[in-house]
Design a protein around this ligand. Structure first.
Ligand SMILES: [Zn+2]
Length: 398
């Protein structure tokens, strides 16, 4: 135990020494813009990240995608395998696997960097994607460097999966995320931490989306409105129903977010459409919410209501495995003389998929900062060393 304590202090020192290097690399990452919808841009950034890993001797596999950016699978063999494992690699599973999840894409369109350039001011590094989550991608590179510097090594094989479409629902990456998770003993997610104290996320709500389309009948709003069926009126009634589905105590929220309808100011609208955001704390509630949505029936005579329910991202529940993993992280922070908190959040991440498979998942291990998806997005530079040391400690301890 005393040896381990010494290890964490050494890791912290090594990681802190790399803070300037981390900020420099973060600047390069942020200037290489990578919005989810732009394959060429995401691939450019992916190539940059791949180079960093190859330089460190990792095996990088590019998982090609046609429509979205390519995903990267980066593997670092457990050192133990080289010493004792079978040469064909079949000894791998004896040592287990840790999966580290991150995403290459950001929510910012190309050109955002001109309006919010990367800059370091007041101890913070500002810019699009600094916090969500290019900062996290930088931290884990420094973690690997710090481990090497003190002569420590991951106990298990580590697979880093850098995906290209997290910000738009992970449609093309979900399968590979789940198949790697099934082979893993734990999943570490580099999403931003919560609050100024950098709390980890041990509970996340499930996320779903739906679309409601109402069809009525157009008519002149002044001359013969009685011949029309007002689709916007019908939609308003449906939204009132949706609002009744909210259940704070159970952690269920249902919100109509984007609403459109009508064609001209003097026409009874024939069509209306609403996007619906759905969040839920328990796996068991997903089906019930979906059934309720599909069960929506028109209220006005002559109106038609169609409900399309999209894929549901299951919640990350605070299971025993999650609590245990958090305990390890907190212990490592304690060895550095620091505390670590945990929190629940309404936002989803790819950690939701892995946790739903029953694989212990620790989320929010990325940078400390604020303002994700906004003009004031930034990370706190002074915390980068600590976070990198924590990641290094986890890779060595798990
Ligand atoms: Zn993210």
């Amino acid at each position: 135990m005393s040896e381990q304590t010494l290890g964490m202090r050494d890791l912290l020192r090594e990681a802190r020494r790399r803070e300037r290097e981390m900020v420099r690399l973060l600047g390069r990452f942020v200037r290489c813009e990578s919005p989810s919808g732009d394959k060429a841009a995401v691939d450019r950034f992916g190539a940059m990240v791949a180079r960093e890993w190859r330089r460190r001797g990792a095996v990088v596999k590019i998982l090609r995608q046609r429509l979205r950016g390519d995903h990267l699978r980066v593997e670092m063999a457990a050192e133990a395998r080289r010493e004792f494992g079978r040469r064909d690699g079949s000894g791998d599973r004896d040592y287990g696997q840790i999966l580290v999840l991150g995403h290459l894409d950001t929510v910012y369109p190309i050109g955002t960097i001109a309006k919010m350039p990367f800059r370091v001011r007041g101890g913070r590094a500002w810019g699009p994607g600094t916090f969500d989550m290019k900062g996290g991608l930088v931290l884990v590179l420094a973690a690997v460097d710090a481990l090497r510097a003190v002569g420590m090594r991951p106990r298990k094989r580590v697979v880093f999966l850098w995906t290209s479409d997290e910000e738009i629902g992970s449609e093309t990456s979900r399968r590979v995320i789940e198949s790697e998770a099934r082979r893993s003993d734990a999943v570490l997610v580099l999403e931003p931490s919560l609050g100024r104290e950098g709390r980890l996320k041990t509970e996340r709500k499930g996320v779903g989306g739906a679309e409601i389309i109402v069809t009525g009948r157009a008519a002149h709003a002044g001359i013969e409105p009685e011949k029309g069926v007002n689709a916007v009126h019908e939609m308003a009634l449906q939204i009132a129903r949706l609002m009744k589905m909210n259940d704070r105590a159970r952690g269920i929220t249902v919100q109509a977010t984007v609403v459109e309808g009508g064609t001209a100011a003097n026409v009874v609208p024939e069509r209306a459409r609403a996007a619906v955001d759905i969040r839920f704390a328990r796996v068991a509630d997903a089906g019930r919410i979906e059934r309720e949505l599909r069960g929506l029936r028109p209220i006005l005579r002559g109106a038609r209501v169609e409900v399309r329910v999209g894929g549901m991202r299951p919640p990350l529940e605070r299971s025993a495995g999650v609590r245990e993993l958090f305990g390890v992280a907190r212990g490592l922070m304690k060895e550095m003389g620091l505390s670590l908190g945990e929190a629940a959040t309404g936002g989803g991440s790819d950690g939701n998929f892995t946790a739903a498979l029953g694989v212990p998942t620790l989320d929010g291990l990325g940078a400390v900062g604020d303002g994700a998806h906004s003009l004031r997005e930034h990370v706190v530079v002074r915390e980068m060393g600590v976070r990198a040391a924590l990641l290094a400690g986890l890779l060595a301890a798990l």
